[in-house]
Design a protein around this ligand. Structure first.
Ligand code: NAD
Length: 258
């Protein structure tokens, strides 16, 4: 079976949870990365059975989450963490939650993964129009919602199982007698590692209310998806995709005006 790491699950309302369930129903082993400040509530709710109803898979069994890793995807390594965060009581109780460390822990625990899901975003000023957004708010949105994917891919790609390139031979004009058959070769990456992130239509169209640099962050995420597919496909034989998801009443979406 495949092993999936889903970054950005902290309750049973969001896309990360739903993706985890679909992957579990398809037979994948589920690991999740949960934002450090949300970790305690998520784990205790899981243990208390608060999610049991929504954990139910189509065959009646409960989705099993093999391991929950604390994660803060705005920090790549311990040296990047500022003192006030390190000593914050919501962070001090957990360890190894920078992106690099989480990848190392997953490697130690399981060796490799097949699927990486990026289902996280944060824009502290999402409620403000972009004209009123501060530089810090804008950069924070990009850091948490766009660079977080670059960072996850950078540290997880080396532990993702590579796929193989397949040559497909297309015959053009196979029935025409006046043409010689024209053979087209294309290279397709199959099986092996796959990564996905969740974007939003506000990256390409005006959507008032999706402020604070979040529209910018999604545009960056989509542009990075193309470049990273090119780079990671060649370097690691893994696929990189993004889905532009429809509106869902998740916890994150409640911060956005209607
Ligand atoms: P959600 O609240 O379930 O997921 C967002 C998660 O990101 C939360 O679990 C939060 O704890 C986590 N997070 C925030 N900052 C983090 C950090 N620094 N490190 C680690 N985790 C962090 O909400 P959702 O709407 O399901 O969001 C999942 C993805 O789907 C996001 O990328 C979001 O932009 C995208 N999306 C959502 C909608 C929608 O309408 N809800 C539409 C399109 C795309």
């Amino acid at each position: 079976g495949k092993r999936a790491f889903i970054a950005g699950v902290a309750d049973d309302n969001g896309y990360g949870w739903a993706i985890a369930k679909s992957l579990a129903a398809a037979g994948a082993e589920i690991l999740v990365g949960t934002w450090v400040p949300a970790l305690n509530i998520f784990e205790s709710s899981l243990q208390r059975g608060k999610f049991d109803e929504s954990r139910t898979l189509p065959d009646g069994s409960l989705m099993k989450i093999t391991k929950v890793y604390p994660l803060d995807a705005v920090y790549d390594c311990p040296e990047d963490v500022p003192e006030d965060v390190k000593t914050n009581k919501r962070y001090a109780g957990s360890s190894n939650w920078t992106v690099k460390e989480v990848a190392e822990c997953v490697k130690q625990d399981f060796g490799s993964i097949d699927i990486l899901v990026h289902s996280l975003a944060n824009g502290p000023e999402v409620g403000k129009p972009i004209l009123e957004t501060s530089r810090n708010g804008y950069l924070a949105a990009i850091s948490a919602s766009s660079y977080s994917f670059v960072s996850l891919l950078k540290y997880f790609a080396p532990i993702m199982n590579p796929g193989t390139f397949l040559f497909l031979r297309h015959l053009l004009y196979p029935f025409s007698s006046s043409f010689k058959n024209i053979v087209k070769l294309s290279l397709v990456l199959i099986s092996g590692g796959a990564t996905i992130s969740l974007s939003f239509i506000a990256s390409e169209r005006i959507m008032p209310g999706y402020g604070g640099g979040m529209s910018t962050a999604k545009a960056a995420l989509e542009s990075d998806t193309r470049m990273l597919a090119f780079e990671a496909g060649r370097k690691h034989q893994i696929r990189v995709n993004s889905i532009s998801a429809g509106p869902l009443k998740s916890r994150a979406a409640k911060a956005i005006g209607s």
